[in-house]
Design a protein around this ligand. Structure first.
Ligand code: HEC
Length: 99
């Protein structure tokens, strides 16, 4: 009997973890669409076509660009984009715009 409860608990927490990971991915995408896609549609760059989001690999550099902006890009402080959201955006960009 006890074993059954443990198994049920393990199954439940695994599915909770899986849905949390899914939600994080969806968040990166929805924030991107809300705050970044106006200048970076499909990972491009309408203001400076040489500085696209394609093939970026370093999430720290992406987070730092989000915070500092510059070269025509808006800077987003922690009120506009939280640390967790900045990280989610970086993960989304790296995963989505490979080329
Ligand atoms: C007002 C238009 C605008 C918005 C909004 C904007 N960007 Fe940018 N972004 C730019 C421009 C212009 C550059 C090129 C800046 C430069 O030359 O330094 C750039 C550059 C970048 C880079 C560096 C690209 C590289 O090749 O190194 C990253 C990363 C980036 N943006 C991410 C974002 C994210 C994430 C958001 C949303 C939170 C965002 N941007 C919102 C205009 C924008």
């Amino acid at each position: 009997m006890k074993k059954g409860i443990i198994l049920a608990t393990v199954a439940l927490s695994t599915s909770l973890l899986a849905s949390a990971a899914f939600a994080a991915g969806a968040t990166g995408e929805s924030i991107f669409k809300a705050k970044c896609a106006s200048c970076h549609p499909d990972g491009g760059n309408i203001m400076n076509p040489k500085e696209t989001l394609k093939g970026l690999k370093d999430s720290k550099k992406i987070v730092s660009k989000i915070r500092k902006g510059g070269g025509g890009m808006t800077a987003f402080d922690a009120k506009a984009v939280s640390d967790a959201d900045a990280k989610a955006l970086a993960d989304y960009i790296i995963k989505t715009f490979k080329k």
